[in-house]
Design a protein around this ligand. Structure first.
Ligand code: GLC
Length: 510
C-alpha cells in the first residue's frame, strides 16, 4: 500500500491540516444506545476527532429502548422527512440531542412496521429491512438537510447499504463528493438479505446486484450479502485491529468474505480501537470506592475487599480471576465455564458479570449460577451493570478472555488500565495488545499478561496456571507485570490519527 494512508505502523502522512466534516452512521452510540463494543467505538472515536478540531455528527435510529437519560436536549429538527420506500415513502421525524457531548441525530420512522419501536435493538426476523431502511433514511436525511460531509463513516453490516446507495443513487442527486469509510467490527454478521431489500430501497435491478462481483453472497447464490456490497462500494475498509485484518483475509474468520477482502486489499487495513480513558481510569473513576494509579497500587486491594464484600466472597489470601462481557459463543463460553472450576480448584476466587445474547447460553449460565450460589469463592452475576463492571475491573487480579475470535476486544485494554492482568487467547486484537509474561518476543517492560493458543481446556489452563503461580510465588514480579499493563497507552490518540489519515487519503484520491 505504498500510496496509502498511515495505518498500523506504516507512516505515510497525508498532512491532514484542514478541519474535516465527518458523519458517523451507526446502529449504536454509547452510552445511549449500546449492545456491545461498537457503541463505545462510535462515541470514543467521534470524541477524539472532535478534540482534534473536526466536526463530527452521528446518525442513529431512534429506538424506544434507548437510555434516554443519557441524551441531553433532545428536540425535533425535522418533522417530515420523506424516505422513499417500495415506490412510496415513509415519513420520519428526525431528532437532535447530545450524547455525552456528541452531536447525534435520531431517525424515527412512522411506519406500520415499527422498525425501531420493539423494545430491543436487535434480533428480529426483518432485520435486514429494518437496517436497510435506516441506511436509506440516513442518506436521505443528509441529502434533504443539505449536509455534505467530507467523509461518511459507516459501521458494521447495519449500515452497509449506505455506500451502495451513495454510489448508485445519491451521487446523482448532488452527493458526488462524499467519501465512505466502512469499519467492520464483526465479520460474523454480514446482513444476508433477499431481493426485497433492492425493491424497498429503490436500487431495483436484481440481475445487476446479484452479480457475484457485486452483492451476491458467495455461499448462497439466491441471497444478497450487504457487507460484501460495502466492501465493494466503500472508498476504504477497516477492521478493528491489524491482526484481525490479516485473519479476515487469510483464515476462516472472514466468514466467507476473505476472497472479497483479498480483491480489495489495496483499500483495507486494521486500526486498533482505543479506550475512553475519561470513563475508564482508576485514578479518577468515581464509580469505584478507592481510586488508585500505578504509583499507589496498594489502594487497588481496598477495591478487592469491596468487591468481595459486594459479592459475599470470603476474605482470604487468594487472587480473584474475573470475566466481564457478553456470554456469546464468540467469547468462548465453554472455556469461561472451565476457567470458573479450574480457578476454584487451584487457589483462586472467580467473579463473572455477563449477559447472554443467545437463549441457550444464557440459560446455561443461570443454572451454573444456581449451582454455585453457596460457594464462598465464586460469584456469577448474570446481566449487565456499569457500576459492577467498574468494581470488578478495579478489584480483580486477572481477567480472562478465551475468545474463539476477537476483532479487537475492549475488555483486555480496560483491564490493563486497572492493573488487572489479562489472560487471553491468541486471536485478533488480543494478540495485538497482550504480550505473554514468559514467552513473548517483546522486551520485558512490554510484557503485560498471559496468552494461550489452543481453544481447549489444556490451553486456558496453561495460562491460568502460570498466572496463579506467579501471583503466589513471585508477588514482586506479578506487581511488575501489573505496572507494565497500566503503563500501556490504548487511548484514542493513535487510532484517531490513523482514521484521519484514512479520511484524508480517500478525500483526495480519485
Ligand atoms: C465487536 C467485536 C469486538 C470489538 C468491538 C468494537 O463487538 O466483537 O472484538 O472490540 O466490536 O470494535
Amino acid at each position: 500500500m505504498s500510496s496509502g494512508p498511515s495505518i498500523s505502523g506504516t507512516v505515510i502522512l497525508c498532512g491532514y491540516a484542514s478541519p474535516m466534516y465527518i458523519v458517523m452512521v451507526a446502529s449504536e452510540c454509547s452510552p445511549a444506545a449500546q449492545a456491545g463494543g461498537l457503541g463505545d467505538v462510535v462515541s470514543g472515536l467521534s470524541r477524539e476527532l472532535e478534540l482534534r478540531g473536526h466536526a463530527v455528527e452521528i446518525v442513529l435510529p431512534k429506538y424506544d429502548c434507548m437510555r434516554y437519560e443519557h441524551i441531553w436536549g433532545l428536540h425535533l429538527v425535522h418533522e417530515d422527512l420523506r424516505v422513499p420506500w417500495y415506490g412510496g415513502a415513509i415519513g420520519c421525524s428526525v431528532w437532535f440531542g447530545f450524547v455525552h457531548g456528541r452531536k447525534c441525530f435520531f431517525i424515527e420512522p412512522h411506519a406500520r412496521d415499527r422498525f425501531f419501536n420493539r423494545g430491543a435493538y436487535y434480533g428480529f426476523a426483518d432485520e435486514t429491512l429494518r437496517f436497510a431502511f435506516f441506511s436509506k433514511a440516513a442518506l436521505e436525511f443528509l441529502l434533504q438537510s443539505g449536509k455534505r460531509p467530507d467523509v461518511i463513516h459507516c459501521h458494521d453490516w447495519h449500515t452497509a447499504l449506505a455506500p451502495v446507495l451513495l454510489y448508485e443513487i445519491y451521487q446523482y442527486h448532488g452527493m458526488h463528493d462524499q467519501r465512505v469509510c466502512f469499519t467492520v467490527h464483526n465479520f460474523r454478521h454480514q446482513g444476508i438479505a433477499g431481493e426485497d431489500v433492492l425493491w424497498a430501497t429503490g436500487l431495483g435491478k436484481p440481475q445487476y446486484y446479484f452479480d457475484p462481483l457485486r452483492m451476491r453472497d458467495d455461499s448462497n447464490a439466491s441471497a444478497l450479502n450487504l457487507m460484501k456490497g460495502a466492501l465493494l462500494y466503500s472508498n476504504f475498509i477497516t477492521t478493528v485491529s491489524p491482526r484481525h485484518a490479516w485473519e479476515a483475509m487469510h483464515t476462516d474468520q472472514g466468514f466467507g468474505l476473505g476472497h472479497c477482502l483479498a480483491v480489495h486489499q489495496g483499500k483495507f487495513g486494521g486500526v486498533l480501537n482505543g479506550v475512553d480513558y475519561d470513563a475508564w481510569n482508576p485514578e479518577v473513576d468515581r464509580r469505584i470506592p478507592h481510586r488508585y494509579g500505578v504509583h499507589c497500587l496498594e489502594r487497588k486491594y481496598a477495591n478487592k475487599e469491596a468487591l468481595r464484600e459486594r459479592f459475599w466472597l470470603r476474605r482470604d489470601f487468594k487472587p480473584i480471576v474475573a470475566y466481564v462481557g457478553r456470554l456469546d459463543p464468540q467469547k468462548g463460553v465453554d472455556l469461561i465455564r472451565h476457567a470458573i472450576f479450574y480457578s476454584r480448584q487451584h487457589g483462586a476466587q472467580f467473579v463473572l458479570l455477563g449477559s447472554g445474547s443467545e437463549n441457550g447460553v444464557h440459560g446455561q449460565f443461570c443454572s451454573l449460577k444456581r449451582q454455585l450460589n453457596e460457594d464462598p469463592d465464586c460469584h456469577l452475576e448474570i446481566g449487565f451493570s456499569d457500576e459492577l463492571a467498574h468494581l470488578i475491573y478495579a478489584g480483580a487480579d486477572m481477567m480472562i478472555m478465551p475468545s474463539l475470535f476477537e476483532p479487537c476486544g475492549l475488555t483486555q485494554m480496560i483491564a490493563m488500565r486497572y492493573g488487572t492482568i489479562p489472560i487471553v487467547r491468541a486471536v485478533g486484537g488480543l494478540l495485538d495488545t497482550v504480550f505473554d509474561c514468559d514467552y513473548s518476543a517483546s522486551p520485558s517492560p512490554e510484557r503485560n499478561g498471559y496468552v494461550f493458543h489452543q481453544a481447549d481446556p489444556p490451553g486456558i489452563e496453561s495460562a491460568l496456571r502460570r498466572a496463579i503461580r506467579l501471583w503466589y510465588d513471585r508477588p514482586q514480579a506479578f506487581r511488575g507485570l501489573m505496572e507494565n499493563a497500566m503503563r500501556c497507552d490504548h487511548s484514542w490518540n493513535r487510532p484517531g490519527a490513523d482514521y484521519l489519515n484514512i479520511y484524508d487519503y480517500i478525500r483526495y484520491k480519485r
